[in-house]
Write a protein that binds this ligand. Structure first.
Ligand code: NAP
Length: 321
């Protein structure tokens, strides 16, 4: 299909795992051009080639979500490319379960919340107008969620559980000595889970503020437990070896990277996913090509007051307010 007739999707963190496979799945459809928004350009190029994405179906652009300057520069570069924006997928994330002390973003924020939440929060805000101006009948903004955001589900029951508390860490500027949103002691696993609660709250608040006025469909999804991805690269080597086996043979919840990418592509492109403000899931005991359904999110991620407060505080931290 000629380039000018293709829709454009930006996917963050498309250099591995779910994001790479989502890029592959959308490009394979033939009517999508994928902008792979990645921090390592060479890695992204090799990754695109490794899964056979046709050369004319993708563009790689630099984006380091940990740096607010880089997010702003990415948006500038994207606009200069002259492409329209028809869908945005906020997929990139880091998970650093073994850290004893927090790493910091250039702005001084704890790195996993800075990358997974604040970088995406700024990106979504800056690209809203671009999505609004899309010629597509239904532009979409999709944010990756995870089962571990929800203590009401089995996968979310394992401690430490996410809890944003009263957002004290954010209220007080989120720089050292703060490293947790609730203002408590640093716990790297909880920091990741908290950031994923923020992702769902952001999707909900985007929907409340902009769905009607901008005609954009906002949604999240849990792609399934994709136990082989590089997300677990900073975990114990033994965990990395046993976790996929555990998911495949004990829980039955194993989802391949390819299948997870197909799921993201469905939420981005298929007509039945044109519902805004919802969170899609394929369940926890998953079969290939199983059916998706709208899943309730955790009580904290459904809290409208918290979504509003998180929005206001995040605006300040990324210098939008
Ligand atoms: P992954 O293979 O580690 O992919 C993460 C991607 O994010 C990589 O491309 C990585 O880039 C990129 N990234 C990390 N920091 C970045 C930064 N500062 N700027 C730009 N890009 C950055 O992990 P994954 O499993 O595919 O995870 C993708 C999404 O799925 C995440 O949102 C995760 O929460 C969600 N998810 C995953 C699972 C699972 O079981 N794996 C389950 C539920 C939800 P590099 O290649 O340069 O490192």
């Amino acid at each position: 299909m000629a380039e000018q007739h293709k829709s454009t999707v930006v996917i963050t963190g498309a250099s591995s795992g779910v994001g790479l496979q989502a890029a592959r799945a959308l490009a394979q459809r033939g009517n999508w051009h994928v902008v792979m928004a990645c921090r390592n350009l060479e890695k992204a190029e090799n990754a695109a080639q490794s899964v056979g994405i046709p050369k004319d179906s993708y563009t790689i652009m630099h984006l380091d979500l940990a740096s607010l300057d880089s997010v702003r520069q990415f948006v500038k570069n994207f606009r200069e490319s002259g492409k329209s924006l028809d869908a945005l997928v906020c997929n990139a994330a880091i998970y650093t379960p073994l850290l004893k002390e927090p790493l910091r973003s250039p702005e001084g924020y704890e790195l996993s919340v800075a990358t997974n939440h604040l970088g995406h929060f700024l990106l979504c805000n800056l690209l809203l107008e671009d999505l609004r101006n899309s010629s597509a009948s239904e532009p979409r903004l999709v944010i990756l969620g995870t089962v571990t955001h929800n203590p009401k589900e089995l996968g979310g029951k394992i401690p430490p559980r996410p809890d944003l508390g009263d957002l004290q860490g954010l209220e007080e500027g989120f720089k050292a000595p703060h490293s947790m949103i609730d203002g408590k002691k640093f716990e790297p696993v909880k920091a990741y889970k908290d950031s994923k609660v923020c992702n769902v709250l952001t999707m909900k608040e985007l929907h409340r503020r902009y769905h009607e006025s901008h005609g954009i469909t906002f949604s999240s999804l849990y792609p399934g437990c994709v136990a082989t991805t590089a997300l677990f690269r900073d975990h114990y080597p033994l965990f990395q070896k046993l976790f996929p086996l555990f998911q495949r043979y004990i829980t039955g919840g194993f989802v391949s990277e390819e299948e997870s990418g197909n799921r993201v592509a469905e939420v981005v492109a298929d007509p039945e996913y044109n519902q805004s403000g919802v969170y899609w899931s394929w369940g926890n005991r998953q079969k290939k090509n199983g059916k998706s359904f709208i899943k309730e999110v955790s009580p904290e991620a459904s809290n409208d007051d918290k979504a509003k407060r998180l929005w206001e505080l995040s605006q300040k931290l990324v210098a939008l307010a």
